[in-house]
Design a protein around this ligand. Structure first.
Ligand SMILES: C[S@@+](CC[C@H](N)C(=O)[O-])C[C@H]1O[C@@H](n2cnc3c(N)ncnc32)[C@H](O)[C@@H]1O
Length: 318
């Protein structure tokens, strides 16, 4: 492991972690691949603390992304619509008893499922304290919320309908995740997923350019460009698992109002992990540079700022 200056405390932690990783046959050096810059002490300490906590307490959810519900809800009319476009496509014949909303966020959309499925018990799952604090305001007899990491979450009982809106793009390893989610379904169960499919849009590519410019100040996990599998991949994956699949993509021609609306939008999503990781003294110049690029890519027009947004929808039934 390359650390610029290794204080004694880090050495002790480092050797402990090396042992933990050796036990799992995973080399600690994987944190610091050859093309990356050596970690700073702060990055190394952050990595070490995360690793210790998640190794010793696998059920502990480390919320490194710090969601901000108010920022996220600023554009709720634009963000909510795909949820309803997804839900209307769930087969009418399905009468779910148990529903799970994965990555339920503030729970305001989860709560609408009670109206549509009048006898179902609904559970919202999320890893963010901040989001769940708001979600719990919707709690009632048929609706509860729990804190869990979707990467490992395992319900006690099987589920008839899994819904996930704008969340699974934050969860790694879809080749493993999707079969695991299918395994949580009852016979005839349905998986209804919506995710952004806009990782090649300027809002993402320009952010990635800047991330690379600041790579010495950011964790290696943020340096890879974000990407998703395409629609065909999900159709193949679920079909191979024996499910009936209906998938489509929609580009929403969103018109946003206000000053620098795209920056405000991205602050609620893709920019969060970056700002959480970037030391505060660098944040103003980072934001200024990003804003300049966004204004050129998405100029304000007489009617507002056009922000085309492509999304992927998948409904898969056992
Ligand atoms: C963009 S928000 C969407 C919230 C909600 N589904 C909606 O449409 O309003 C994504 C949510 O996924 C949650 N999330 C991301 N990764 C997660 C994980 N590994 N486990 C649980 N929740 C996660 C975040 O905490 C956040 O609340």
């Amino acid at each position: 492991m390359k650390i610029k200056q290794e204080p004694p405390t880090l050495k002790i932690f480092g050797s402990f972690i090396t042992r933990v990783y050796d036990l799992n046959e995973v080399r600690f050096e994987k944190f610091n691949s050859s093309h990356a810059q050596p970690m700073t002490e702060v990055q190394a300490l952050n990595k070490i603390v995360t690793t210790v906590v998640t190794t010793l307490f696998p059920n502990f959810v480390y919320d490194c992304h710090m969601w901000n519900p108010d920022q996220y809800l600023k554009f709720s009319s634009h963000r909510d619509r795909p949820f309803f476009d997804l839900i209307t496509q769930i087969p009418k014949t399905l009468e779910p008893k148990r529903i799970a909303d994965l990555g339920c966020g503030t729970g305001h959309l989860t709560a609408t499922l009670l109206e549509k499925f009048k006898t179902a018990q609904v559970i919202g799952v999320d890893s963010s304290e901040q989001m769940l604090e708001q979600a719990n305001q919707h709690r009632q007899a048929r609706l509860e919320f729990i804190k869990a990491d979707l990467q490992i979450w395992q319900p006690e009982d099987k589920i008839d309908l899994i819904v996930s809106n704008a969340a699974l793009q934050w969860v790694n390893d879809h080749p493993a995740l999707m079969p695991r989610l299918v395994g949580l379904l009852e016979p005839n169960g349905v998986l209804a997923i919506q995710m952004p499919a806009n990782f090649d849009a300027p809002s993402h590519t320009l952010l990635h350019q800047l991330i690379l410019e600041y790579k010495n100040h950011l964790p290696e996990t943020l340096l890879e460009p974000r990407h998703s599998h395409n629609a065909a991949w999900y159709v193949q994956k679920f079909s191979q698992l024996g499910l009936h699949v209906h998938a489509w993509e929609t580009t929403y021609m969103q018109v946003l109002q206000g000053v620098n609306p795209i920056l405000e939008w991205v602050k609620g999503t893709a920019l969060r992990p970056v700002l959480t990781a970037l030391e505060p003294s660098l944040q103003p110049e980072f934001l200024e540079k990003y804003q300049e690029k966004l204004i050129k890519a998405y100029p304000e027009q007489s009617f507002g700022t056009l922000f085309p947004f492509k999304r992927l929808f998948v409904i898969a039934q056992i």
